[in-house]
Design a binder for this molecule. Structure first.
Ligand code: ATP
Ligand code: MG
Length: 323
């Protein structure tokens, strides 16, 4: 359904005034571009949930935004249902935005505080000229019910909802245009565990009912493994490993995946902790970005970035020690 071919995204440094200010504050020389995503290829198959996992700053949200056309990559191609997003004209792009929807990471800041729930949920329908006022209101009530919110709350403002309810609102808004691909950026990060489970179940129900294809972005590997059919693990703007959920624990995973899994296993007595800091996106290390923290690193890891190689059906790994 969606193909990413060698996509990269860098962000330019702030203006010289901003740079000087940041240098003063951080007492470090600030300059150069932030390399958020660095030449990455990935496939999303129809009807599947692709889980995108990685630590904070690994480039997950940036990649999600590239997938739905919110960011244009500096290099590489994004192909949705056979069409290169870059080759689309304005009308075609508008039509595409009906099919791919993005659920933003922070529901509090992605909902306009001055717009009531009903208007926020029907905004997409208005923009695309779908239905009359009454039909739109009916659709909004139906959407609210679908995500487990009472339609009685339709006239409330975002601040009058709880964190979990705001996540549901964001989800309802993303579903309002009946997309075929939903990119959910940390849909359950800002809420407590019980509500998290409700949102996860809701997403799984929606997948089954609507036949939605989903990209689920999260820093939580166990949570992603509960839901996703295919798991892609990012580090420092690159993919480390892509594997089907059925292979979890059955193969010799990338050292970063092993460390992530071990860090999440609170019951384990032999805890492998991830020491050190994630790479600086302004100045990524040469070679494999994970080598400074890798327990298995050898000489070549510090000088040569390993290519992503197929290790089996739907299983790819970027590690010099796994071929
Ligand atoms: N608009 C931007 N301008 C400059 N730098 C940016 C911008 N957006 C992201 N970045 C930088 O790109 C890198 C990747 O950011 P991104 O938000 O994609 O990470 P993430 O994996 O989603 O992190 P988190 O788990 O914290 O949400 C970070 O170093 C971030 O500071
Ligand atoms: Mg993010």
């Amino acid at each position: 359904m969606l193909n990413l071919e060698n996509v990269s995204k860098s962000f330019k440094p702030p203006s010289s005034f901003g740079r000087e200010l940041l240098s003063l504050i951080s007492r470090k020389e600030i300059g150069g571009s932030v390399h958020a995503v660095r030449g990455l290829s990935l496939r999303v198959k129809p009807g599947q949930i692709l889980g995108l996992v990685g630590e904070s700053g690994s480039g997950k949200s940036t990649l999600g935004r590239i997938m739905c056309g919110l960011y244009r990559p500096n290099t590489g191609k994004v192909v949705f249902e056979g069409r290169d997003l870059d080759s689309l004209n304005k009308k075609e792009r508008q039509r595409l935005s009906l099919k791919i929807q993005f659920m933003f990471q922070d529901p509090a800041s992605s909902l306009n505080p001055r717009i009531r729930c009903g208007a926020a949920l029907s905004e997409g329908l208005v923009i695309h000229g779908l239905g009359n006022r009454l039909e739109r209101r009916e659709k909004v009530c139906h959407l609210m019910e679908e995500v487990g919110l009472s339609p009685k709350l339709i006239d409330r403002y975002p601040h009058q909802f709880s964190g979990g309810q705001r996540q549901r609102l964001s989800l309802a808004r993303a579903l309002s245009l009946d997309p075929s691909l939903l990119i959910a950026d940390e849909p359950a990060s800002a809420i407590d565990v019980s509500i998290q489970a409700q949102i996860i179940n809701l997403l799984l129900d929606l997948k089954a009912k609507r036949g939605l294809t989903m990209v689920l972005i999260s820093h939580d590997l166990p949570l992603v493994c509960l839901m996703a059919d295919q798991i892609a693990v990012m580090y420092g703007g690159l993919l480390m490993e892509v594997f089907p959920r059925s292979l979890l624990g059955q193969v010799d995973h990338h050292p970063y995946v092993k460390a992530l899994w071990a860090s999440a296993d609170f019951a384990s007595s032999q805890k492998i902790t991830l020491e050190g800091e994630p790479p600086d996106p302004l100045n990524p290390p040469p070679g494999c970005p994970f080598h400074p923290r890798c327990l298995e690193a050898v000489d070549i890891c510090a000088s040569l970035c390993p290519p992503m190689l197929p290790l089996g059906s739907d299983h790819f790994c970027a590690c010099h020690l796994r071929k």
